[in-house]
Design a protein around this ligand. Structure first.
Ligand SMILES: Nc1ncnc2c1ncn2[C@@H]1O[C@H](COP(=O)(O)OP(=O)(O)O)[C@@H](O)[C@H]1O
Ligand SMILES: [Mg+2]
Length: 140
């Protein structure tokens, strides 16, 4: 939740590449964070990036979506603790697929260096970009 507030403070809105925030709720497992449900064109849950890549989504389309996603992460300063392919889903967009982070927003490090340093954030994103590009087969 603190990262949602941080991003709002930085750029004045919650960008489309992060699941929209809807508040809190009580659950049988403790406090829950309510976020928007990201869907595919048919209204079902959007596939994760891992599944889309495995199911043969076009690498060029996913690569473009990944480039846009990473550029927005950098511009907004939004920090993620876990940018794995199971925490990013592929949603339909106006001009091809777009990626949305559904889990792992925020920095869980004891000393949240990436929240304080845009250089550290940039380096981290570059590494994640390369890893996810390799996964979808879109090169480095
Ligand atoms: N807001 C959402 N919209 C669509 N699918 C979601 C959303 N949140 C989670 N999912 C789906 O549920 C899976 C597990 O959710 P996640 O929050 O990553 O939990 P965990 O990592 O603790 O298992 C994701 O990989 C994704 O497929
Ligand atoms: Mg997850």
């Amino acid at each position: 939740m603190s990262e949602y507030i941080r991003v709002l403070g930085r750029i004045g809105r919650i960008p489309d590449f992060i699941a929209p925030y809807h508040g809190f709720c009580e659950t049988t497992r403790g406090v829950g964070l309510l976020v928007g449900r990201i869907t595919d064109a048919a209204g079902a849950l959007a596939p994760t990036l891992r599944r889309a890549a495995r199911d043969g989504a076009r690498a060029g389309d996913l690569g473009r979506a990944l480039d846009g996603f990473m550029a927005e992460m950098l511009q907004s300063g939004a920090v993620a603790s876990d940018l794995g392919p199971g925490n990013v889903v592929v949603a339909p967009g106006a001009s091809g697929p777009r990626l949305v982070l559904v889990d792992g927003l925020g920095d869980r490090a004891l000393i949240p260096v990436r929240q304080c340093s845009s250089l550290a954030h940039r380096h981290w994103l570059r590494r994640k970009h390369a890893q996810l590009s390799a996964l979808i087969g879109a090169g480095g």
